[in-house]
Ligand binder design. Structure first.
Ligand code: GLU
Length: 283
């Protein structure tokens, strides 16, 4: 019996969906439907400062307008915090996570003062200030109520996990290089988890077999692969799709002022024609 396919669309409700989201949702939807599998909707609402309930309603409305139906009830990450706390607890117990008391300003100053600050795919990486704090100092600062995030000791974690690979539909077999990101955040100061931890835990918990998302998250998969190994979770297949670009070749991102699906709908766009256009192979 062929293995069933479970894919997901996992937007963050920080604004209205735009064409790039529609393309991503469509790719994930079509992959599952072509295999008679399941397509899930997961709302990634762990950022209390940026996520809004009205944007959740907007996501549901926009997907319905596009005709992209999902299976089961949408899952909300904000309702799954104990699950992420459990995973973080295991990483702490294994000595692979440490508390980080740094402010953004402190990190920026450290990077500015360094002649050759190492850069990762998303800019300069965390310079490791809190990695070397003594156990005693960590405990007393936590006991004093000092705000802290939790970071992965990536070098130690990668050494513990050994060589890892993952599979991307376009790139083929990829060697995981999580250390390029430095000591990523596992739990933020203002949220008891992070994107990397929550997405890894949820993809496994929901039985996702195929992660479909934009090429902009390709490098993040190195971290997810490492977390899977550390937490004993299965590794899905990855499909990092191309990013839509505008007429000038620039990436169509929220910031570039690309039209939202809501505005296209208000302008009388035919959703079936839009979906057909998005399905057409890139020129
Ligand atoms: N929540 C992420 C976003 O909206 C996507 C996460 C993923 O697909 O892994 O960019």
């Amino acid at each position: 019996m062929p293995e069933s396919v479970i894919s997901r669309f996992a937007p963050s409700p920080t604004g209205r969906l735009h064409l790039g989201h529609a393309f991503s949702a469509l790719c994930a939807h079509d992959l599952a439907r072509a295999a008679d599998g399941a397509f899930l909707l997961r709302i990634e609402d762990i950022d209390p400062t940026r996520c809004r309930p009205e944007h959740v309603a907007g996501i549901v409305e926009d997907l319905r307008w596009l005709g992209l139906g999902w299976d089961g009830e949408p899952v909300f990450q904000s309702q799954r915090l104990p699950l992420y706390a459990g995973a973080l607890g295991r990483l702490k117990a294994a000595g692979l996570a440490y508390p980080c008391f740094c402010t953004r300003a402190r990190i920026a100053a450290e990077i500015a003062a360094s002649a050759a600050a190492p850069h990762g795919p998303d800019g300069p990486i965390y310079p490791g200030i809190c990695r070397t704090l003594s156990e005693g100092e960590r405990e007393s600062r936590i006991a004093a109520g000092e705000a802290h995030a939790w970071r992965l000791d990536v070098a130690k974690a990668a050494a513990a996990a050994g060589a890892l690979r993952w599979h991307d539909a376009a790139a083929g077999s990829v060697a995981a290089t999580p250390e390029i990101h430095g000591d990523v955040v596992l739990a933020r100061k203002d949220a008891p988890t992070s994107y990397h931890l929550a997405v890894t835990v949820d993809d496994a918990a929901q039985g996702v077999t195929d992660v479909v998302r934009g090429q902009d998250l390709f490098a993040a998969t190195h971290v997810h692969r490492l977390l899977q190994a550390l937490l004993g979770l299965p590794t899905p297949r990855y499909h990092h799709h191309r990013l839509l670009t505008g007429e000038n070749g620039e990436r169509l991102a929220k910031r570039a002022g690309s039209p939202t699906l809501a505005s296209l709908r208000a302008d009388g766009t035919d959703p079936a024609a839009l979906v057909a256009r998005l399905r057409a192979p890139a020129a």
